[in-house]
Design a protein around this ligand. Structure first.
Ligand SMILES: [Zn+2]
Length: 222
């Protein structure tokens, strides 16, 4: 189910037209080539044949992998987020034609980098909720150790089988923190019993979600 359309965009450098192939859906199991392009970022870039310039392109995409039991929708505006959330809700309640497995992990992401990150997390056999908590906890600790830096973003990475969190400051500095199995398991023990952890009708699992869970935990353990 990987339909694709061709659209043209204008090269910002030389103004010539660049043909971009857009995918509306990628099945991680059946489309390994496209999955690889998602992971290396090239599914969302196009090269100008005239001047060689590479442009970033953004378009909505549904990623699913029935073997991993995941469905991730990349959308951009608030209306689309609401639309997908409604679709997810109805699919699990068994309404309509699109019934989803009750254990299916349904996610919404709002840029292609987050989609790529989710894929890496699930490919590493990890739970994105625990990884988001780790990213937030590590960011807070890096912030404490480096009070002059303003932490801007954190990403999960897996290189050579090692799990890490890369933390970037607004000033352009990067900090790498290893996400060891011990830390992962300890976070899982601490947080997986929380009510908001178990809630499966929240589809955007990100730093805002993790912050809320940490606040819930802290208010119970004051
Ligand atoms: Zn060009």
């Amino acid at each position: 189910m990987s339909m694709r359309d061709k659209v043209t965009v204008q090269c910002p450098k030389c103004t010539r037209s660049i043909e971009v192939q857009q995918w509306s859906a990628v099945n991680g199991d059946k489309n390994p080539v496209e999955k690889k392009k998602l992971l290396d970022g090239t599914l969302f870039t196009a090269k100008c044949k005239n001047c060689g310039n590479t442009v970033q392109v953004g378009y909505p995409l549904l990623y699913n992998d029935p073997k991993q039991n995941i469905m991730i929708w990349l959308v951009y505006d608030d209306d689309e987020v609401k639309h997908v959330a409604d679709y997810f809700k109805s699919s699990k309640s068994g309404e309509g034609d699109n019934k989803a497995d009750i254990s299916c992990r349904q996610r919404i992401v709002r840029d292609s980098f987050r989609l790529r990150e989710k894929l890496m997390i699930f490919d590493s056999g990890l739970d994105d909720k625990i990884v988001e908590i780790a990213k937030l906890a590590f960011s807070q600790s890096v912030q404490k150790q480096n009070p002059k830096e303003k932490i801007a973003a954190a990403f999960f990475t897996n290189e050579g089988g090692e799990n890490h969190v890369e933390i970037y400051s607004a000033g352009g500095n990067a900090f790498t923190v290893a996400l060891s199995d011990d830390i992962y398991r300890s976070l899982e023990d601490t947080y997986s019993g929380k009510a908001s952890y178990a809630e499966d009708r929240v589809y955007i699992i990100d730093d805002v979600w993790a912050l809320q869970l940490l606040r819930e935990y802290n208010s119970e353990h004051r």
